[in-house]
Every structure is written in C-alpha cells, then in structure tokens.
Write a protein that binds this ligand. Structure first.
Ligand code: ADP
Ligand code: MG
Ligand code: ZN
Length: 371
C-alpha cells in the first residue's frame, strides 16, 4: 500500500461519488449537455466529496477526449487517461489552481487569481480555480473575488468548498450554484470500506469494519484513514478482529454497549457490574464508552416514545442495530430510561476528571439498579 488509501480510492467518476445522488445527477446532466456553470459552492461536512467533485469538474471541463469526441462527451464523465485528466490527478495541471484559503487567509492567492484568471488557459479549455476552506478568506479577499464573480472571463470557472457555509457573504453565495454535501450513513461507508478491503486484500471481520464506519461519523476520509491505520498493524493470520479494531480506535463496538444497556434496563445489578469490570479489564476507554452508552439509551428513549423516529437513526445504525434498539425500547419503561440516562450523564461528568473512571459508573449502577 504505497499510496494513502483515501487518495488511491478517490472517485474517478461522478458515478463513483457515493451518497450524494442529487449533486451527481445535476452535475452529470450539465456535463452531458456541455452546460457546466462558472461558479459553484460545495458545502457540508468534511470527507464527503467536496474536493473530489471539484476536481472531477476540472477534469470534465478540460478532458481532451471529451473535447474531441462528442459521443464520449455526452456520457458526462472524464476519460481519466488523457494528459489533462492525468494532470488533475497529479495536481500539476497549469490550468487547475487549488487555493487553500486557510493558509494566510488567501490574501496573496486571491490577488494572484485576479491577475491570472484573465489570461487564457495554458493547454486546457478552461482555467479552474478551486478555493478550499473558502470561509477563511478575508473581507478584502472576498471583495476581490466578488469582482471576478460578477464578470468572470468566459474561460474561467471558480469552485469554492467550505464546511461553514454561513460564514460566506451572501453577495458571494448568491452568485454561485450551491451544492450541499451530506454526512454519510454508516451503511454507505461500510459499502465502500468493504470494496477497499477486498481490493487491498485486507482480511477484516465485518464487525470491525462496522466499528470503523461508526467511528468515522459520516466522513469517508476518516473511515479510509482509520482502515489504513488498522491494517498497518500486524494482527496475525486471523486478520483484523473486532477486538483489534476496538483496541486501535479506542472505540467499543455497539454490541457491548447494547449488552450493558440491556442489563441495566433489566435491573440486573450483578450482571451489570460483572460486565463493566470485564470492559475495564479489556482496557476499553470507559469515558468514550459511557458517551456511546448515553447516545444509545437516548435512541432507545426516542423509539420508546415514538417508533416512527426509526428512520432518523439510519444514519448511525445498521438495520440489525436498529432492530436491537427497538427490542430494547419495547421492553423498557420511559420513566426508568429517563432516570438511567440522567444518572449516566452525571457519572460521565464525574468520570472525565476522575483518576478512577470506573468508580462513578459502578456507584451509579448500584444506586440505580439496587432499588
Ligand atoms: N461521496 C464520496 N464517495 C466516495 N468516496 C468519498 C466520498 N467523499 C469522500 N470520499 C473519500 O474521502 C476522500 C476525501 O474526500 P474529499 O473529497 O477530499 O472530502 P472533502 O469533502 O473534505 O473535500 C476521497 O479521496 C475519497 O476517498
Ligand atoms: Mg476538501
Ligand atoms: Zn480525459
């Protein structure tokens, strides 16, 4: 694995950009008919495809095969083989400029952009400027950019990417086509991780992949970086187990969270204490575990009050996990759930500053389950 996974598996076509179907459809239609816009804003959570899609647009605009072959152009994808496509991948195209507004807040870069944008493209059909972290630009830089956006040269395309859309001035946002990039569901991230693991011949238990997908909290990049980190550890001939993944990510699988939640709701004090001490012996991070437990019980509470909320949990939970929460919710009484969640939140606050993270949890279990 010589190249970072997240670079190696960066989508090469719009159709490979997962979980952003509306964006993909609109951009593909524009590419098919040769009507891509001159100003775009991509906003949303990290690691969801903003930079990837911006580079795909750069390829679509300059791809030599698209420019010389109308039948191919009507497919709405780059060829990924011509000089222009390869240059975008290698990030050395003279006509595609990536500006990181976070460094030096873009003052010099936007000044350069104002000058260089007027000159014709070197070898492509368009000059494409990708401004990352666009919300970091200074007022002066925004003003300079605004002038350009008001009257961009015909050969110029500006794509801004940001995680903080609200910080962009409305004068800027109103002049661009806006696309939101959503955090991804655990299921979609799992799907991509499974493909990568297969291609890279990484032997890994699906439960471990699931843990990684959950720990990534909606970001493909985080998931791919975690997979890479885990797969670089030698875990022996059995491959990567859930235990390995738990140890390396410092996260505990939901199965264990569920087990303790179920014992608590069944008021099984002995069982709960034994379970907790086992988690402790296995070296789990109990503070993170408690946080996960609180979130889990919160979901249980929501479902016990309103089963229709199920759909909103599909982001973080697999179908099996939702079924488990539902089962827990159907057997639990709301008042008990509320009491336990409150007590857990108190214990969590105490644990974070305690040199014995397990003690506040144990005390809480005894108080809540012995009555
Ligand atoms: N929608 C997506 N579909 C498939 N892979 C993705 C997607 N979004 C991000 N990735 C993966 O994460 C990496 C980083 O994505 P990037 O586009 O740079 O994210 P950002 O939204 O932070 O700009 C990519 O190289 C790719 O491997
Ligand atoms: Mg990015
Ligand atoms: Zn090409």
């Amino acid at each position: 694995m010589s190249q970072a996974l997240y670079r190696k598996y960066r989508p090469k076509k719009l159709e490979d950009v997962l979980g952003q179907d509306t964006n993909v459809e609109i951009l593909q239609n524009a590419a098919k008919s040769g009507h891509l816009g001159q100003a775009y804003i991509f906003y949303g959570a990290r690691g969801t495809g903003k930079t990837t899609t911006a580079r795909l647009i750069a390829k679509l605009l300059n791809c030599e095969k698209r420019r010389s072959d109308p039948a191919f152009a009507s497919l709405g994808e780059p060829c990924n083989e011509c000089r222009e496509c390869l240059a975008v991948d290698a990030q050395n195209s003279l006509d595609v400029v990536e500006i990181d507004a976070a460094s030096n807040r873009g003052i010099d870069e936007i000044r350069n952009l104002k000058d260089s944008i007027k000159t014709s493209p070197a070898s492509g059909a368009y000059k494409v400027y990708i401004i990352d972290e666009a919300h970091m630009l200074t007022g002066a830089a925004f003003n300079a950019l605004l002038k350009t956006l008001e009257e961009p040269p015909k050969h110029a395309v500006i794509i801004m990417a940001t995680t903080e859309f609200e910080k962009l001035p409305p004068t800027i946002t109103s002049r661009a086509q806006r696309f939101v990039f959503r955090k991804q569901t655990k299921a979609v991230i799992m799907e991509k991780l499974t493909t990568i693991a297969k291609a890279e011949k990484i032997v890994i238990d699906p439960a471990a992949l699931e843990l990684i997908a959950a720990a990534a909290e909606g970001s493909f990049r985080d998931a791919e970086a975690l997979l890479e980190q885990i797969s670089s550890v030698d875990t022996g001939p059995k491959g990567i187990t859930l235990d390995d993944a738990e140890r390396i990510t410092g996260r505990t699988g939901l199965r264990k969270v569920h087990a303790l939640a179920a014992l608590m709701l069944a008021k099984d004090l002995k069982g709960a204490l034994a379970n907790l001490s086992e988690l402790n012996d296995e070296g789990h991070n109990l503070v993170q575990f408690t946080k996960d437990l609180i979130h889990y019980l919160r979901k249980t509470l929501s479902l016990s009050v309103n089963p229709a909320l199920e759909a909103t949990f599909e982001k973080d939970l697999t179908h099996d996990e939702i079924a488990a929460v539902k089962k827990l919710a159907s057997g639990a009484d709301t008042a008990t759930l509320v009491k336990i969640i409150k007590a857990l939140i108190r214990a969590y606050a105490e644990m974070r500053y305690s040199p014995f993270a397990i003690v506040p949890l144990e005390v809480m279990l005894v108080e809540q389950l012995s009555a």
